[in-house]
Design a protein around this ligand. Structure first.
Ligand code: SF4
Length: 454
């Protein structure tokens, strides 16, 4: 996408009644003037909407719940201080994310699915004039059914509507389209068909507009990927490319470099808080370290930064790691080979960067090798090992089946959220996005419970 060119309107947009959502078809890339910080900020805002939709779908929300969720997400993230800029924000954010998500089959699939869902629910919230304009713009041939034709067919139309549990059709808002345009409605016998035409009520229009939107976007993503690899990536290597590459795996919440709300934990409490408040990934690393007195580099980084985030001070961290490692490699070798990297994590060596704990997304995308124990158990454990680990944590057999099903369907963070909910008998509507968030939320719940029983 060309970022720095000025032209106000690049794509048709239809504003819905809530003033937040605009309905664009994103047919051609915009040539809007975009500041670099908006390029990234708008994309992050849209990503929050798409990730919220993904979470809602994974939780099995019903269509009316999804409709509310999408409206709330749009209100929360897609507003702009200037009403006139709402549409530009929508367009820019979509095209930036196209660049981000065009780059692999897996990314394309996710983006296509989330954008189509977003479009579907926005489409439901706009009025019939907008629906007809969109059909025209998409080039979907339709004919308005005349009053006479409606009267001639009234009995058959009513019969189909009743048997499909649909509202009875009225002469206003009934259209004829080629039956090939509406395979979903034909397959479920929800439309009357005659001479190659399906008679479609306005409330059914969404079922054939969305596949058009989806198919156009699918092709566009493939083309964008070609342009990205042949040209844009190299041309923009110092400016946009680093932003685009970081966005797909970016974690959008707090960094938890030091959890201010929970405070510090001391060495004497570590076994107890590990049992009650560490997520499975960290419990696994903790138990492995206790059993083997060793962790390879990936495990030391993932677990060490987590401990720093939960409030373990540097001196305590050094004592903790030394107590374990020295049993395997001896105290001297620990001081020589391992203490440096712990101090490094706390920003006391090397470039003195204060490193932040890893997010779930980063952990899930890691690739542990043989002998490694880092990673996310919901993704990296076999089903058998996951079952055993969850049972050991105390997850009831009923909740366990739900967790396993989510993990099997690759909803790893949702599986972790369900584990959290089962173990704390408390809901976690925001979902688990960070191991330190798991810890922090768990500690808050346990403290509240303790206070109420005092
Ligand atoms: S979802 Fe996140 S917190 Fe939970 S086990 Fe996986 S990486 Fe850890």
């Amino acid at each position: 996408m060309e970022v720095m060119r000025s032209q106000k309107k690049a794509s048709s947009a239809l504003t819905s009644s809530n003033g937040v959502s605009t309905l664009n078809l994103y047919r051609s890339a915009p040539t809007l003037e975009v500041r670099l910080e908006d390029f990234e900020r708008f994309a992050v805002d849209r990503l929050l909407v798409l990730r919220g939709i993904s979470d809602g779908l994974a939780r099995g929300k019903k269509p009316d719940e999804m409709e509310k969720l999408v409206a709330d997400l749009l209100k929360a993230h897609m507003r702009h201080p200037q009403a006139s800029e709402v549409n530009n924000k929508d367009i820019i954010s979509h095209f930036v994310l196209r660049l981000v998500y065009c780059r692999s089959e897996e990314l394309r699939k996710w983006f296509l699915s989330m954008e189509s869902t977003l479009f579907r629910y926005r489409f439901r919230s706009v009025n019939s004039d907008v629906h007809l304009s969109l059909m025209t713009e998409l080039g979907i041939p339709y004919k308005v059914v005349s009053q006479k034709e409606f009267e001639d067919l009234r009995d058959q139309l009513n019969l189909v509507a009743r048997s499909a549990n649909q509202p009875l059709p009225t002469p206003n808002g009934l259209y004829k389209v080629s039956f090939e345009e509406v395979p979903e409605l034909v397959a479920t016998r929800k439309v009357f068909i005659q001479k190659g035409y399906a008679y479609v009520a306005l409330n059914q229009v969404v079922s054939f507009v969305v596949p058009h939107f989806r198919s156009h976007l699918s092709k566009a993503l493939v083309l964008t990927n070609r342009k990205w690899t042949s040209m844009i990536r190299e041309q923009e290597k110092d400016r946009l490319t680093p932003i685009v590459e970081a966005l797909a795996t970016s974690y959008l919440g707090p960094d938890y470099s030091q959890d201010k709300e929970v405070g510090e934990i001391s060495l004497k409490d570590i076994d107890q808080v590990a049992r009650t408040s560490f997520p499975l990934c960290m419990q696994h690393l903790f138990n492995t370290l206790r059993d083997d007195h060793h962790l390879k580099h990936g495990g030391r980084m993932q677990f060490g930064l987590f401990l720093k985030g939960v409030g373990l001070k540097l001196d305590d961290a050094l004592a903790f790691w030394k107590a374990e490692f020295s049993q395997k490699v001896g105290a001297e070798r620990f001081d020589k080979e391992y203490a440096y990297s712990i101090r490094h994590n706390y920003g006391k060596e090397g470039k003195r960067t204060d490193y932040t704990p890893y997010s779930c997304q980063k952990i899930i995308l890691s690739t542990p090798g043989v002998g490694d124990h880092h990673g996310c158990p919901y993704r990296h454990f076999s089903e058998e090992n996951l079952r055993a680990a969850l049972g050991k944590m105390g997850v009831s057999s009923r909740a366990l089946e739900d967790v396993i099903e989510k993990a099997r369907n690759r909803h790893y963070q949702l599986a972790c959220t369900l584990t959290f909910e089962a173990l704390h008998a408390s809901s976690c509507d925001a979902g688990i996005n960070h191991p330190n968030q798991y810890f922090s939320d768990s500690q808050k719940i346990l403290k509240e419970k303790n206070m109420s029983t005092d």
